[in-house]
Design a protein around this ligand. Sequence first.
Ligand code: SAM
Length: 252
Amino acid sequence: QPGLYFVATPIGSARDITLRALDVLASADVIAAEDTRSMKKLLEIHGVPLNGRHVLSYHDHSGEGARGKLLSYLEAGKSVAYASEAGTPLIADPGYHLSLAAAEAGHLVTSAPGPSAIITALSLAGLPTDSFFFAGFLPNAKKARQTALEAVREVPGTLVFYESPKRVMAMVADAAEVLGGGRKAAVARELTKKFEEVLRGTLDELAAELPERTIKGEIVVLIDRQRGEAASEEDIETALREALDSLSVRDA
Ligand code: SAM
């Protein structure tokens, strides 16, 4: 069927691709990818022949030219499959402008869904998943990062961030400072790969632990939502004293 197909690809383990995604890649008239080399490799691994098709390169910032070309294929009634380098297109990856342009032009926009690091990390982190907020990558500069963290402090759901191994230590330290070190959190890395690992603890615990290790690879940081302040011992004593006082007044 003619239309634009967003195809999800593996986030680490090459076999994490759906049968339908392979069908779509096998039958699309046109294949476009963020990274043409990794797309060709993926097709090769799964024995999907190109049959004379080229893999076109497309990023949202490749501009009107490349987008116009894909739109003209759609206009001509062709099916176009688009995949980003890993995981689900549009999720911290290109595809948004293409999706919008194709929908606005009245073409079918559909998907062959599959892995995304957000969902994979949420299922392993040990944090509530009833509601979550994906905040993408935080800014590099400390001040801007802290401002971005302040903006999500009161979001009533688990916070999910993508992070680089170089910055994760500074990011967790800033999160402890801005959001409160007592919040539960998880650092999930290399999901679906050989060195998959999930570190769980409070932000303070993780901020202390990370400098002790070498954290490599691809990383998702997850942080629990703001919880009511735990009552201090002093508060509990005062509340008890007041309750006892009111009882003895009534008894008298
Ligand atoms: N489109 C992808 C998706 O659906 O997850 C995300 C692409 S984004 C450019 C790449 C970032 O996703 C990495 O820097 C990392 O934060 C996260 N990521 C991707 N694969 C991952 C993996 N296997 N384990 C942990 N994080 C991963």
